[in-house]
Design a protein around this ligand. Structure first.
Ligand code: CA
Length: 235
């Protein structure tokens, strides 16, 4: 059965280019030209993937995305963003897009991303996301901005616990209790070691840090706005 793709794009030239290409690759494609039509179609029907333009004539694409995510629509969303609109892309990932592609793009590039997103399957509750960091709990795979990250089992366990509690400061004892066997009080220092490993894998190369040190408590994961709250020290 072929995957169903909804294209929400007001520019007819791009909509045609994308839909013809995807149909040629074996997908079932439906095109709508406004944000409202997009929201309505997703409400009425099941799609396996949504391609979403950000600059729409009525509701802007990010608001469409927020509406869909608020309605617990979990199907992957690939943003078609205008050239250079970095803030939009970052914001898009924060409000629940799975990937983005910048116009103009080559069809092969689009197709590669469509295939990658569809391979992820139906993520729903088994998928955790903080900013552009995504954890697929079924396949035990972690990606940041689409890039795969290899984690040791304990690193994965700590990260999963943190991602299930985004924005909540977690003490070293809480982390140890969740990730190690019980009554390992002497292990709290090892949490710092693992957090250091995790940071080197998921944060060091990125400008926006997700793992935060919370003074006097422990650690927290959060996709922060550009300015950090005063109570949190990013280290
Ligand atoms: Ca547009």
């Amino acid at each position: 059965m072929s995957s169903r793709v909804l294209v929400i794009e007001d520019e007819q030239r791009i909509a045609d280019f994308v839909s013809k290409g995807l149909q040629g690759a074996g997908y079932t494609v439906e095109v709508v030209n406004t944000g409202k039509q997009g929201v309505d179609r997703v409400h009425d029907s099941d799609f396996d993937l949504i391609l979403l333009d950000l600059m729409l004539p009525d509701i802007d694409g990010l608001s469409v995305l927020e509406t869909l995510r608020n309605r617990k629509v979990t199907c992957p969303v690939l943003i078609l963003s205008a050239r250079g609109a970095v803030d939009d892309r970052v914001h898009g990932l924060e409000v629940g897009a799975d990937d983005y592609i910048t116009k103009p793009f080559a069809f092969v590039e689009l197709l590669a991303r469509v295939r990658a997103l569809l391979r992820r399957g139906q993520p729903s509750a088994e998928r955790l996301q903080v900013g552009d960091l995504v954890m697929d709990c079924v396949r035990r795979k972690v990606t940041r901005a689409g890039e795969g990250i290899d984690l040791a089992p304990k690193e994965y366990g700590i990260l999963e616990y943190m991602m299930r509690n985004p924005g909540k400061p977690l003490s070293r004892t809480m982390i140890v209790d969740h990730v190690w066997e019980k009554d390992y009080d002497g292990l709290t220092n090892i949490v710092d070691v693992y957090i250091r490993h995790l940071r080197s894998k998921i944060d060091d190369r990125w400008q926006r840090k997700l793992i935060l040190t919370v003074r006097g408590i422990g650690y927290m994961i959060e996709a922060q706005p550009d300015r950090a709250p005063a109570a949190v020290e990013v280290s």
